[in-house]
Design a protein around this ligand. Structure first.
Ligand SMILES: Cc1cc2nc3c(=O)[nH]c(=O)nc-3n(C[C@H](O)[C@H](O)[C@H](O)COP(=O)(O)OP(=O)(O)OC[C@H]3O[C@@H](n4cnc5c(N)ncnc54)[C@H](O)[C@@H]3O)c2cc1C
Length: 233
């Protein structure tokens, strides 16, 4: 099958796409390269509901975010696998080349709205990957900072790419890494004050619910406007 797929839209507006490649980026994060339905559109930061075209799984859709550029010939999803949940991501661990996924239409409120600071927790980096890759391609990354919080260093993925794109404006923090040399805590008020010199800019937030809630409160305390914050509503 070619990367751009002429397959008809299924009932319910679903698109059946082929897995063209599936590779683990670390022990629990897997990247899927997918055929792209003709005319399928999304804006960087958006995702869609995804289900697996296997018996017993077609009606168990979960939201995931596109990480490749909107004009790329293929679609890309990056998925954190939760083996403890008896759910879709555990099933995605075994999904391979030649199998199929069912995609709904693109949706999502995280879109690029101007220069600022991206604050990501774990797999919450995915909407920012598409946005940062687009800005990089447009040579417009200057004036943007990424702060990425993970539990441990081995939870990172695409670390080299982010480093190449953002240089010293790519900051990593770890909440459970007991190794000398790593900053070992949550993003706090002092971090924000030392990294963010101007609170009159955009703040993009994505990650676990408590991560987004805590950072929103901190940013408000530090003078950021509620309207300057972009997150999944
Ligand atoms: C807009 C949006 C975009 C997203 N984009 C991405 C993305 O690009 N990449 C990505 O990796 N994730 C993304 N996510 C998160 C992703 O949707 C979830 O990780 C995914 O839905 C988990 O599905 P699951 O079926 O594996 O587990 P769940 O649906 O979370 O759980 C399945 C079942 O497992 C059990 N369970 C739940 N929690 C636990 C637990 N802690 N321990 C044991 N059992 C448990 C429950 O019985 C539950 O019914 C996004 C989320 C949203 C809202």
């Amino acid at each position: 099958m070619s990367a751009t797929d002429d397959a008809p839209v299924l009932p319910g507006g679903l698109h059946r796409v082929e897995v063209l490649g599936a590779v683990f980026l670390n022990a629990t994060v897997k990247r899927f390269t997918l055929s792209r339905p003709k005319g399928f559109r999304f804006t960087p930061g958006q995702g869609c509901m995804v289900s697996i075209d296997r018996d017993g799984w077609r009606d168990r859709a979960r939201p995931f975010t596109f990480t490749a550029l909107p004009r790329a010939r293929t679609l890309e999803l990056i998925v954190k696998i939760y083996d403890a949940h008896e759910g879709v991501t555990r099933q995605l661990r075994t999904l391979g080349k030649g199998e199929h996924l069912l995609l709904g239409e693109a949706f999502g409120t995280i879109t690029y709205q101007g220069p600022g600071v991206f604050l990501a927790g774990g797999a919450g980096i995915t909407p920012f990957l598409a946005i940062l890759r687009q800005l990089h391609q447009d040579k417009a990354l200057k004036g943007h900072t990424l702060i990425w919080s993970n539990r441990r260093a081995d939870d990172l993925f695409l670390d080299d790419e982010l480093g190449r794109m953002l240089g010293r404006h790519y900051l990593k923090t770890f909440t459970r890494e007991n190794v000398i040399g790593f900053r070992d805590r949550r993003i706090d008020r002092d971090d924000l004050v030392s990294v963010v010199h101007d609170f009159d800019q955009r703040f993009y937030l994505c990650g676990p619910e408590h991560f987004v809630t805590d950072l929103k409160a901190l940013l408000l305390e530090l003078g950021a406007a509620a309207e300057s914050m972009v997150f999944e509503a």
